[in-house]
Design a binder for this molecule. Structure first.
Ligand code: GLY
Ligand code: MN
Ligand code: MN
Length: 489
């Protein structure tokens, strides 16, 4: 990998603002002759794009901005995409635009900033982006963010056509915000330079109201979002099929083979994975966030695979299947699996418009508590077990969460509209009960130890009940075995 030619010296950077890059040659860019600089300035074709169609979700993002505008009349609203984060030296982590910015613009450009400027009625939106690289001053090949290094960007005119939002040069935004007067709110945590420009103008409390509003606004998905979620799930289904086909290779190597196999599907069909894939074989299945994925995969044990493809527009699936590596569940594995399946069935049945959000959790937990009492692991009655929460030693986590642009979507929503709220058509949530018997749990018979089972599906609340978006993957144990046999043959 080549290194950039620009210096890191801040004084030199400041100078760079003022002068054409080639003129900063004295000692800074050894090896750039006048002749080379001249050569790089010219001889490039005009590649401007004209008549671009708006992105598919342009109407939806406009409606979302209008809803935001109505909630905060008379206030300037600033929503940054975020910046690249250094991995080491001059290499960076893959960029992922902030959820709020992607939701309101449909754009995913690093350093982008959406500003809603208050007017007498409503707001005017402006998106601030880095324009195409300047070729006359050498920026396009001498700057680390020059297009020659990182690829072609859209011009501001192209961005306007695509997003339906007037676009300006992002290098102007900090000064414009610093100068502006009047009430302002910013979505924090994404862009320190934007927050610095607004210091003394914003308060954490007001900013939080903006973040909370945007989290709650995302609870009910529009038609575009539902299509994207289904796309994410469909790719995820194919990713699970890929994994089943290569279980023998995973046995010969490690859980990493499973992670890599799923990742390939995610990268080819979508943007990436929506979260670190949990590829937990054997007793690793009892570790809820097992993402090291460096363990052995053994015939006779279970594989708990919790993975989701994120689409190009950043919507993610979140699906778990617990599969017998050999293709057949053992008796004890099947007993535990069937209990979780029954619990999930009860949970899914409780998802409908008008139900309390917590209903599906209670329905699923009730079944698991019944099973634990039936198996003699807990002393009844079941209601007492549930009152004391004793089942939680083995059920460990909540039964689900909202799903969307974030895997744990709407996380900043107020309790009264989320956990204590009511389900509405258009909400999408996971239903994912599990039972986990740690390998060192001396309170259960030995045969249970080291077994973890979770089944997780992505459920859309519909007008008359629900739709399982991930029904393309079997859940019932016989059907799982038949599906695996068909894929392996
Ligand atoms: N994969 C994270 C979760 O299931 O919530
Ligand atoms: Mn999951
Ligand atoms: Mn989940």
């Amino acid at each position: 990998m080549a290194e950039e030619l620009l210096p890191e010296d801040p004084e030199a950077e400041a100078e760079a603002e003022e002068e054409p890059i080639k003129q900063r040659k004295n000692g800074l860019y050894p090896g750039v002759s006048d002749e080379l600089a001249e050569s790089m300035r010219s001889g490039w074709a005009d590649t401007d794009l004209h008549g671009l169609e708006p992105v598919e979700q342009a109407a939806e993002t406009a409606a979302r901005r209008a809803a935001l505008s109505a909630r905060f009349p008379g206030e300037r609203l600033v929503i940054p995409a975020g910046n690249l984060r250094t991995r080491s030296n001059d290499t960076e982590y893959a960029f992922r635009a902030s959820t709020e910015y992607a939701y309101l613009t449909g754009d995913q450009t690093q350093d982008g900033v959406l500003v809603l400027e208050p007017r007498e009625a409503g707001h005017d939106a402006t998106i601030y982006l880095l324009p195409r690289s300047n070729r006359a001053n050498g920026e396009f090949w001498l700057d680390g963010q020059g297009e020659l290094w990182v690829g072609r960007r859209h011009s501001l005119a192209e961005a306007e056509q695509l997003l339906g939002i007037p676009a300006k040069d992002v290098r102007e935004v900090a000064a414009a915000l610093a100068e502006a007067t009047g009430p302002v709110r910013v979505v924090r945590g994404h862009d320190a330079s934007i927050e610095a420009a607004l210091t003394d103008k914003v308060t954490a409390e007001h900013d939080d109201e903006l973040r909370v509003h945007l989290s709650e606004a995302r609870a009910v998905k529009d038609a575009f979002e539902i299509r994207e979620l289904q796309k994410a799930v469909d790719s995820t289904v194919r990713g699970f099929e890929d994994v089943v086909k290569v279980l023998d290779k995973a046995e010969a190597t490690s859980e990493r083979y499973i992670e890599g196999t799923f990742f390939l599907r995610a990268r080819v069909e979508g943007n990436t994975v929506g979260y670190g894939s949990i590829c937990a074989a054997g007793p690793h299945a009892t570790t809820l966030h097992w993402v090291r994925n460096d363990g052995a995969v053994r015939s006779g044990e279970l594989l708990l695979l919790d993975a989701g493809v994120e689409t190009h527009t950043l919507y993610t699936a979140d699906v778990t299947r617990t599969l017998p590596v050999s293709g057949r569940y053992s008796e004890i594995q099947r007993k535990i699996y069937d209990a979780v399946y029954e619990s999930q069935e009860a949970g899914i049945a409780a998802v409908r418009p008008g139900a309390k959000y917590r209903d599906f959790h209670h329905a699923a937990q009730h079944v698991l508590a019944e099973k634990l009492v039936e198996w003699g692991l807990l002393e009844g009655p079941v209601e007492k077990v549930l009152d004391l929460g004793l089942q939680r030693r083995w059920t460990l986590h909540g039964t689900g969460h909202m799903l969307g642009l974030d895997v744990h979507d709407c996380a900043a929503a107020r309790r009264e509209v989320y956990a204590d709220g009511t389900l509405e058509a258009g909400m999408c949530l996971t239903v994912e009960p599990g039972l986990y018997f740690q390998a060192d749990d001396l309170t259960v018979p030995e045969e249970y130890r080291g077994i973890g089972v979770r089944i997780e599906d992505d459920i859309l609340v519909t007008e008359d009940g629900n739709r399982n978006l991930s029904a393309g993957l079997p859940r019932q144990a016989d059907e799982v075995e038949a599906w695996m046999a068909a894929l392996k043959s």
